[in-house]
Ligand binder design. Structure first.
Ligand code: NAD
Ligand code: IPM
Ligand code: MN
Length: 356
């Protein structure tokens, strides 16, 4: 298995190191060998090559079996023009590999009930929502620009084609079919034309999935419903920007942004696995970042790119056991628990795998 590593910026390198520890523990246990190749993207690439996505990175990633990415970005690159910013490197990777479907599972580990910002009665018997975010279209990739003459103005265009909506809603239905058979499509169809087309296409695709219940919801209502009654959601499918925002919100239901992994998938086996959080410059290099989102992203890599479900479950179970034993990074720390750093959390999870 050839794994491309893109540590990136800020806490990216801190958490990727721990994910690699855990992948190697699985390798040792199951006698699988991995070849890791590290590539530059984001701010780290700008500093060394002048651009956020060197050609060698994209080419190398395309030739790998999977890509594991930390995070990109940071204040030192915030004043660069848009096309040279670190974040553009990440968008280039997603687009370049045609990874149009981003799965963001908001799953509350029962051990973290107290870390969730929701009241116990709202959490009930747990939270388990799969956010399916469109990743290579919409306002992220539309025309944008400025008019500098006279009164200055700027614009960002949102466009969605029927095939783009078709393939992402289909993924939503496929996933819902294997879960509780409820799909909520999130849009702003009361205002946006892209959303009205989105609804039409979702309704058409729904005819092929009679066993799945399709609901539509406006994004503003959804932001509220997520914290009012998260149990009404099973699978959510939505556009690039709405999915970005709603998944950060959903992460807090699970205790911390540092808990939420993601898989970015296309039509083949190749996928990119990335925590949903950013480079957290405020805590970079201090051994306090939570590496679990990155580690759970590695579990998703085993599940989706390698089709090794047992190994994915092994990692998820190891995380659950370490939480059960009371170990917590700062972001999920509660009274009477044992505070550990990034490295120790990674080591504990790797050790747990070796014990299995
Ligand atoms: P952020 O996700 O980096 O951080 C938001 C808050 O959450 C911060 O207080 C941070 O300390 C905390 N946090 C994030 N991850 C954590 C973890 N694993 N453990 C503990 N705490 C964690 O978002 P931001 O501050 O808005 O953005 C910082 C930079 O990251 C920006 O340059 C942004 O563009 C970039 N960014 C990158 C990605 C990505 O690479 N996928 C995602 C989001 C933001
Ligand atoms: C994410 C991030 C990225 C996004 C940025 C850094 C381009 O916020 O992965 O959620 O908006 O997709
Ligand atoms: Mn985001």
């Amino acid at each position: 298995m050839k794994i491309a590593l893109i540590p990136g910026d800020g806490i990216g390198p801190d958490i990727i190191e721990e994910a690699v520890k855990v992948i190697n523990a699985v390798g040792e246990k199951k006698q699988i060998s991995f070849e890791f190749i590290t590539y530059l993207a984001g701010g780290a690439a700008i500093d060394q090559t002048g651009i956020p996505l060197p050609e060698a990175t994209l080419e190398g990633c395309k030739k790998s079996d999977a890509v594991l990415l930390g995070a990109v970005g940071g204040p030192q690159w915030d004043t660069l023009p848009g096309h040279l910013r670190p974040e553009r490197g990440l968008l280039g990777l997603r687009k370049g590999m045609e990874l149009f479907a981003n799965l963001r599972p908001a799953l509350l580990f029962p051990q973290l009930k107290a870390a969730s910002t929701l009241k116990e009665e709202v959490i009930g018997d747990g939270i388990d929502i799969m956010v399916v975010r469109e990743l290579t279209g919409g306002i992220y990739f539309g025309d944008r620009g400025r008019n500098e003459e006279g009164t200055r103005s700027a614009y960002d265009m949102e466009t969605y084609s029927e095939p783009e909506i078709d393939r992402i809603t289909r993924i939503g239905f496929e996933i819902a079919k294997k879960r509780k058979k409820k799909l909520t499509s999130i849009d702003k169809a009361n205002i946006l034309e892209t959303s009205r087309l989105w609804r039409e296409v979702a309704e058409r695709v729904a005819k092929e999935y009679p066993e799945v219940e399709l609901h539509h919801m406006y994004v503003d209502n959804c932001a509220m419903q997520l914290i009012r009654n998260p149990h009404q959601f099973d699978v959510m499918v939505t556009s690039n920007m709405f999915g970005d925002i709603l998944s950060d919100e959903a992460s807090m239901l699970t205790g911390s942004l540092g808990m939420l992994p993601s898989a970015s998938l296309g039509s083949g086996k190749l996928g990119m696995y990335e925590p949903i959080h950013g480079s957290a410059p405020d805590i970079a290099g201090q051994d306090i970042a939570n590496p679990i989102a990155a580690i759970l992203s590695a579990a998703m890599m085993f599940r989706y790119s390698f089709e090794m479900e047992a190994e994915a479950v092994m990692i998820e179970e190891a995380v659950a056991r370490v939480l059960e034993a009371g170990y917590r990074t700062k972001d999920i720390m509660e009274k009477d628990m044992k505070l550990v750093g990034t490295k120790e959390m990674g080591s504990l999870i790797a050790e747990e795998i070796k014990k299995m």
